[in-house]
Design a protein around this ligand. Structure first.
Ligand code: PGA
Length: 256
């Protein structure tokens, strides 16, 4: 039996390549600060595009309930790597969580090996890595389970037990991302137990339970409660709905 929501729930807003301007970003940041700035029961993270991180950091100043995340990072030390963003730069901007291996990045060619390298670097710098895993489609033979297992094992290769508290796994089936079609609470529950079993095989049950497991894919304020309770997960990685302050706040309330 999996651990049922025993830790503080975690909700991460992945803004992706949005909002489209600094003024819209500022507006969203201010609304979120007003609604969620004093949140205590849920750990709430917003992950804006890199170029807006500093503005959002300034807006969120003093809002203890909201923490900054980034959508990716480069696993090398600051140096000659044109266009890349180093993890210490993100830490310097108060970023605490880094999303890794999102399916939209994997679609651009990011391999499991690269995701692993990034996770190791993120953990080394003392930040939390949010590793996204998910299948393109489900098949009756259950091959999608082996794919998830492979993605989890590959991401965690070389990660020690001691670091697991700063590892989050976000299960995001590709067919549910931005489509309006969520996995069922039963699918989510099954996947939670499956990922927990893979982690137990790798680290033993006690350590495996240190890893938070999130669900992502068309989560909104209406479906969040049922997915959270019946899916027995630790929270959500939210895309589209994280760009609407009311909707995002509704999701946070649903996991309280
Ligand atoms: P969505 O995206 O909530 O818009 O489906 C989730 C994600 O890609 O993280």
């Amino acid at each position: 039996m999996g651990m049922i929501n025993a830790r503080r729930p975690l909700v991460i807003g992945n803004w992706k390549m949005q909002p489209a301007s600094l003024s819209l970003t500022t507006k969203l940041g201010k609304e979120l600060k007003k609604k969620l700035g004093t949140e205590r029961e849920v750990a709430v993270v917003v992950a804006p595009p890199f170029v807006y991180l500093d503005s959002i950091r300034t807006i969120l100043h003093g809002a203890k309930g909201l923490v900054l995340g980034a959508q990716d990072a480069f696993p090398e030390k600051p140096g000659a790597h044109t266009s890349q963003i180093a993890i210490p730069m993100l830490r310097d901007l108060a970023v605490q969580y880094i999303i890794l291996g999102h399916s939209e990045r994997r679609a651009l060619g990011e391999t499991g090996e690269v995701v692993n390298k990034k996770l190791i670097a993120v953990l080394k710098e003392g930040l939390t890595g949010v590793v996204c895993v998910g299948e393109h489609a489900r098949d009756h033979a259950g091959h999608y389970l082996s794919l998830i297992e492979e993605q989890v094992r590959q991401a965690l290769a070389g990660v020690s037990k001691a670091k697991l508290e700063r590892v989050v796994i976000a299960y995001e089936p590709l067919w549910a991302i931005g489509t309006g079609a969520t996995a069922t609470p039963a699918d989510v529950h099954e996947m939670r137990l499956f990922i927990e079993r893979v982690l137990s095989d790798l680290y033993g049950r006690t350590y495996a339970q240190r890893v938070s497991i999130l669900y992502g894919g068309s989560v909104n304020a209406k479906n969040a409660r049922e997915l959270f309770i019946e899916g027995t997960i630790d929270g959500f990685l939210v895309g589209g709905a994280s760009l609407k302050a009311d909707e995002f706040t509704g999701i946070v309330r649903a996991v309280r």
